[in-house]
Design a protein around this ligand. Structure first.
Ligand SMILES: Cc1ncc(COP(=O)(O)O)c(C=O)c1O
Length: 297
């Protein structure tokens, strides 16, 4: 008899799960053992934050999902938006919504089957516990990953199921006593963090690596660039190296769940005075206002 798997921490337990358009008990077995998402990471996904029962920028996430699915020639079922809305409506008010799309079950081998079978779509809504206030008050320390983000990879810029590189970088970061990992690209330019985009404030301009450095086109990144423009904060999407990052007065990481997380230390060196700075705070507050306006949360 095999031991039952350990339960997930309460805050991460998926409360509502839909598989291929049908609501399922959250704890049930849902997928084929031959699903290519499981065996080959042959699929794409989105993580969306739900505020007060509304998924923030759901359509932008669905557009990104559709673009990634199209690039890999995985069919995206037409009802995915309706399913996501149904799952969110049944889920907790403060939640994370994950939409996972794989090519579905298949025989071994990387080549996609000559005739596509039905894809697998899992929509899961899990309660989201608040992040610790210290994250925003004190900020994060990052380790620069020893490996590189390959900006010329076939899948650069796509949110595929393959996060092993990010996990390996976070394992390395933890070993180095850091909270986060920063990836450089193959030309040693800053790319992004393990699963967040990177911003740096050099005292005059808000810098963020362009997508050509291998960064994901983050939904939060786009919102922050628009907020900066609206507030007259000069911003530039241009390549910069580690020297510029460690010389920055402030830096922060952006992602849907964590929003704007101050970055205060890189490889043991303090950025600015080693505390979250005023530009980061201003943009983080503006982002919360934006969320409140769009989600009434
Ligand atoms: C590699 C990577 N970069 C950036 C982001 C941030 O993207 P978003 O703001 O759309 O959540 C993510 C999100 O998970 C990510 O996985």
């Amino acid at each position: 008899m095999t031991a039952a798997p350990a339960p997930l921490p309460a805050a991460r337990t998926a409360a509502v799960v839909w598989v291929n358009g049908a609501r399922q008990p959250a704890g049930a077995a849902h997928l084929s053992a031959l699903d290519r998402g499981f065996t080959l990471a042959d699929g794409v996904f989105e993580t969306v934050r739900v505020y007060g029962g509304t998924a923030f920028r759901l359509d932008a996430h669905l557009d990104r999902l559709a673009r990634a699915a199209a690039a890999l020639e995985i069919a995206l079922p037409a009802d995915v938006r309706a399913t996501a809305l149904a799952a969110v409506a049944e889920g907790p008010a403060s939640a994370s919504l994950r939409i996972t799309l794989s090519r579905g079950p298949g025989a071994g081998g990387a080549a996609p089957p000559p005739v596509a079978g039905p894809p697998t779509v899992v929509v899961a809504v899990a309660p989201l516990a608040p992040f610790p206030p210290s994250l925003y008050e004190h900020g994060l320390a990052a380790h620069v990953a020893s490996g590189r983000r390959n900006e010329r990879a076939m899948t650069a810029g796509l949110k595929t199921l393959s996060y092993t590189d990010a996990t390996a970088a976070l394992v390395e970061a933890r070993r180095a006593g850091a909270d986060e990992a920063i990836f450089l690209d193959t030309r040693d330019r800053c790319s992004e963090a393990a699963s967040s985009n990177l911003f740096a404030w050099d005292g005059a301009t808000l810098l963020t690596p362009p997508l050509s450095c291998g960064a994901l086109p983050g939904i939060t990144r786009g919102a922050v660039l628009a907020l900066a423009a609206a507030r007259g904060v000069p911003a530039d999407e241009r390549p910069f190296g580690l020297d510029e990052l460690v010389a920055a007065r402030e830096a922060f990481l952006t992602s849907s769940l964590r929003e704007l997380a101050p970055l205060v230390r890189v490889d043991g060196r303090a950025l600015g005075d080693g505390r979250p700075g005023p530009v980061t705070r201003e943009l983080a507050a503006a982002y919360r206002d934006l969320v409140r306006a769009e989600c009434a949360a």
